[in-house]
Design a protein around this ligand. Structure first.
Ligand code: PLP
Length: 392
């Protein structure tokens, strides 16, 4: 009767969301302070001051009708101009306001772009481990998600990726800083990827697109995040302010198409068409205005770094295996038994809510979102210690 594909998606839920709901229910039973909820990537550091100042200023100074009314489908022209100027000045990349589409966060940036580029049977190649919703988004747009491995440190390795690119490859989808590993791909790695893309595009007879999903761009601990447009013409950046400005609930981001992309204007028209077909026109207008005046700012990354250091140092001291994240706010830890799901069930007995890696496209790991209050991390440490003791 109803659409069975959607019904299945609704029933399945994501491992992350399910655990998040479990955590909320569990907190009601044993108390907030006794549950160590590392399930979801909800930023735990407040938005920078400029956000509140802008909201207050806009409420004070802008007539309500203009403030809350529709914008053009791809966004307010002055906001698109501000984003374009920012990309030019911050990254030295070519950009034009007419190639910026304001969206409801990275999820919308992804679904719009994938719908705009994919025809039935086209393949999108991504690197494991990857954000689980990629599979949902690619398949909903009629494509097939192809998953390529990374190296032993979860970094991009063009040689490993090569066999996965072929005649059906429409795009490579990258996420750096990475969810769930915290890896930040180096300039060298991006250069080897783009050399491969050029070679494979020639073989295919049309450019393979490079999609950079960058909600964590500003959240790094010293690593440089290369701007893909400076290395490859056929690039599209999918951006979100959810994490950088701690605005996950406000649903605001953008798509930026490189002017050097083959048929950039046609691609942008397809993006507008996809935005229309998906009902993603006119991203939240108040927050379009807010972010236009907070470009390049971020929440206090130092707070995430402190969380990272406390957790990484303690866990490695107890005997857990993990790599210190270079960015984002996730720690990817080797499970203490082959099946991550079983390990997570045992962790739950210590009120530790960890996400098993299976839906990220690799087995035997768990993801810890450390974007929580410091006290949660500190109080969770005895539980982590007790958990590893059970395995000895
Ligand atoms: N892409 C990645 C890699 C993410 O980690 C997330 C959210 O966690 C998203 C996209 C979706 O972000 P948004 O909340 O801006 O839609």
């Amino acid at each position: 009767m109803y659409n069975q594909k959607m019904r299945k998606l609704g029933d399945e839920k994501s491992d992350i969301r399910e655990l998040f709901e479990y955590g909320n229910a569990r907190k009601k039973v044993v108390g907030n302070e006794n549950v160590f909820d590392f399930s979801i990537g909800n930023p735990g550091v407040p938005a920078p001051k400029c956000v509140q100042e802008e909201v207050e200023r806009l409420l004070r100074e802008t007539p309500a009708v203009a403030l809350h009314g529709y914008s053009s489908a791809p966004g307010l022209s002055e906001v698109r101009a501000a984003v374009s100027n920012y990309i030019k000045s911050a990254f030295g990349a070519e950009m034009r306001p007419d190639l910026i589409y304001m969206t409801c966060g990275a999820a919308a940036s992804l679904t719009i772009t994938l719908s705009a580029i994919l025809n039935e049977g086209d393949e999108v190649v991504t690197l494991a481990p990857f954000f689980p919703e990629y599979r949902v988004f690619v398949e909903q747009a009629g494509g097939k998600l192809v998953v390529a491995p990374t190296d032993e440190k979860f970094h991009l390795d063009a040689e490993k990726l090569k066999p996965y690119l072929g005649k059906r490859t429409k795009a490579v989808l990258l996420n750096s800083p990475n969810n769930p590993t915290g890896a930040v791909y180096t300039e060298e790695e991006i250069k080897s990827l783009t050399a491969l893309l050029k070679e494979k595009s020639e073989e295919k007879g049309e450019p393979i697109l490079l999609l950079a999903d960058e909600p964590y761009r500003e959240l790094t601990y010293g690593a440089n995040v290369p701007y893909v447009m400076n290395f490859y013409d056929h690039s599209v950046v999918l951006y979100s302010f959810s994490k950088s400005l701690s605005l996950a609930g406000e649903r605001i981001g953008y798509i930026a198409v490189s002017p050097k992309c083959e048929g950039a204007e046609d691609l942008f028209s397809a993006i507008c068409g996809a935005g229309r077909a998906l009902g993603y026109v006119c991203a939240p207008v108040l927050f379009q205005r807010v972010v236009a005046n907070c470009l390049g700012k971020s929440s206090d990354v130092g707070e995430y770094k402190k969380n990272r250091d406390i957790l990484y140092n303690a866990l490695t001291e107890y005997g857990y295996e993990c790599i210190s994240p270079e960015g984002a706010f996730y720690l990817f830890v080797k499970a203490l038994e082959p099946e991550a799901k079983k390990f997570c069930e045992r962790a739950k007995k210590h009120e530790l809510l960890l996400v098993p890696s299976d839906s990220f496209g690799v087995t035997g790991y768990v993801r810890i979102s450390y974007c929580v209050e410091r006290s949660v991390i500190e109080r969770s440490l005895p539980a982590f210690r007790a958990l590893i003791k059970e395995y000895r």
